[in-house]
Design a protein around this ligand. Structure first.
Ligand code: ATP
Ligand code: MG
Length: 154
């Protein structure tokens, strides 16, 4: 479990995560409204030098951020989806993208075999800004990512 004390730190955490990601990787972000999922994703996007700004658009469920000569970042906000089949129906190119899914818990296992889940929690501290991030690995690639991110963030 990592402590992430400020929004800037969460951005930095996202950048550290991004350094280990490659095409085919899937990151699931779990945490209540306002936990910092999009803030983390913004850090991922910055580190990957993606085109376009990572935001929380109200009506867009999946946004592809292209990169020059590299796998795009696909940012999914599954908040309004109720079933894995709806996520599947988006026909995302999981294999050739780096995909970050907010609110993807409970849906991804129907679609991909391995992924990294980051659970953001604000209940561990009385300070409104402090978050904890817990890493859950799913499958071998999830384990690999969890190990390298754990080593990098200390
Ligand atoms: N330690 C922190 N980590 C992340 N965000 C923080 C932190 N401290 C304060 N914040 C603030 O909390 C808010 C987090 O919003 P953000 O949109 O990233 O959350 P979210 O989890 O994506 O929410 P939603 O479920 O609505 O998509 C931002 O305004 C950010 O500046
Ligand atoms: Mg969000």
């Amino acid at each position: 479990m990592f402590t992430v004390s400020t929004a800037d730190d969460m951005d930095r955490f996202g950048r550290v995560v991004a350094r280990h990601l490659r095409a085919g990787d899937v990151v699931c972000l779990t945490g209540e409204l306002g936990a910092g999922k999009t803030t983390l994703t913004r850090g991922v996007g910055a580190e990957l030098d993606v085109r376009g700004t990572v935001t929380s658009p109200t009506f867009v469920i999946a946004r592809t951020h292209p990169r020059t000569d590299a796998a795009p970042l696909v940012h999914v906000d599954a908040y309004r989806l109720t079933h894995a089949s709806e996520l599947e129906d988006l026909d995302l190119d999981w294999e050739n993208s780096i995909t970050v899914v907010e609110w993807g818990a409970g849906m991804l296992d129907a679609i991909v075999d391995e992924w990294l889940e980051l659970v953001i929690d604000r209940s561990h501290s009385a300070d409104d800004d402090v978050r904890t991030v817990t890493v859950h690995a799913h499958g071998p690639r999830g384990n690999e990512l969890a190990d390298s991110i754990g080593r990098a963030w200390s």
